[in-house]
Write a protein that binds this ligand. Structure first.
Ligand code: UTP
Length: 287
């Protein structure tokens, strides 16, 4: 079965970026002139996804408004015949079929994914974390995962090599290398100490799951901080179906913490043709 649906969990509280995220969802913070979540929707659409469910919460109406039409703004720009700006805003609500549902309380990433069960029904589906941006020069990360799924018919997620001293920030895998970039997963260990980490391959925010993951989430008890952890449900799924990890060769940006957010803006700015020259000059001068 084709992977045509995706879930974007975006119901976290974004406490690491407070006070900015008190009233503005972190997924709506701008990376240059687009909110972070628009890049993620674009990545999903580029990978062939047709329907997207965004998991939000009470404070995140701005995400829904961003993917809706903005009648007054469009009318105003049409009256002024400002085609350039119209071309920027009009396609946003037509990128894919986008739906929203609220997570009633922040019970964890596993819980947020579980809410998508009715929407997904019995299909394989993608999960893209709302605060992780993936930049590629070769192939779109999600597309690579979909290709692996279509070949192997098993759940698969993105991996990246991280420095050994940073393994305690991530979910780390143990597994067997089956192809150049592909690992058959043995187990997942949440935030191990460097001494205890079996590899330095960390799980990143892109996944393809078979619908069996929903059963596993339902069986998962709240773990650390009372949250239902996606990693726990993935470990349960492993016992039934096996899973793959694919090493993504592009770059991943964590926009959910201050330094990560700043690095994202700088690197996207340096790649943006219309400002990169002047921006680079400015940075050189500063440094
Ligand atoms: P994070 O832990 O990075 O997000 O969750 P957070 O909870 O917003 O961050 P801090 O620690 O308070 O700053 C990873 C992803 O899971 C989603 C988040 O929105 C993010 O995309 N998430 C997390 C939910 O949708 N619901 C939750 O209950 C928890």
């Amino acid at each position: 079965m084709k992977v045509r649906k995706a879930v974007i969990p975006a119901a976290g509280l974004g406490t690491r970026l407070l006070p900015a995220t008190k009233a503005v969802p972190k997924e709506m913070l701008p990376i240059l002139d687009k909110p972070a979540i628009q890049y993620i929707v674009e990545e999903a659409v580029e990978a062939g996804i047709e329907e997207i469910l965004i998991i939000t919460n009470r404070g995140k109406d701005a995400i829904e408004n961003h993917f809706d039409i903005s009648y007054e703004l469009e009318k105003h720009l049409e009256d002024k015949n400002n085609q350039k700006l119209l071309e920027l805003i009009k396609p946003i609500n037509k990128m894919a079929k986008i739906y929203f549902i609220r997570q009633q309380s922040p019970n964890g990433l596993g819980h947020a994914v579980g809410i998508a069960k009715e929407f997904i029904k019995n299909e394989p589906f993608a999960v893209l974390l709302g605060d992780d941006l993936f930049y590629h020069e070769k192939e779109n990360c999600l597309k690579s995962l979909i290709n692996v799924y279509e070949k192997e018919k098993k759940s698969v997620f993105a991996l990246m090599k991280v420095p050994l001293e940073e393994v305690n920030k991530y979910g780390i895998i143990s597994g067997k290398r089956v192809e150049d970039n592909l690992y058959s997963i043995k187990s997942l260990i949440e935030k191990p100490k460097p001494m205890e980490a079996p590899t330095n391959l960390a799980v990143m925010g892109r996944y393809i799951f078979t619908p069996k993951i929903f059963e596993m989430i339902e069986e998962t008890q709240p773990g650390k901080g009372g949250e239902i952890q996606l990693t726990d449900a993935m470990n349960k799924l492993l016992a039934f179906q096996g899973m793959y990890g694919f090493i993504f060769e592009g770059k991943r940006y964590d926009t959910g913490n201050l330094l990560g957010y700043l690095k994202t803006i700088v690197e996207y700015g340096l790649r943006r043709e219309d400002i990169s020259g002047m921006f680079l000059e400015y940075l050189k001068e500063k440094i």
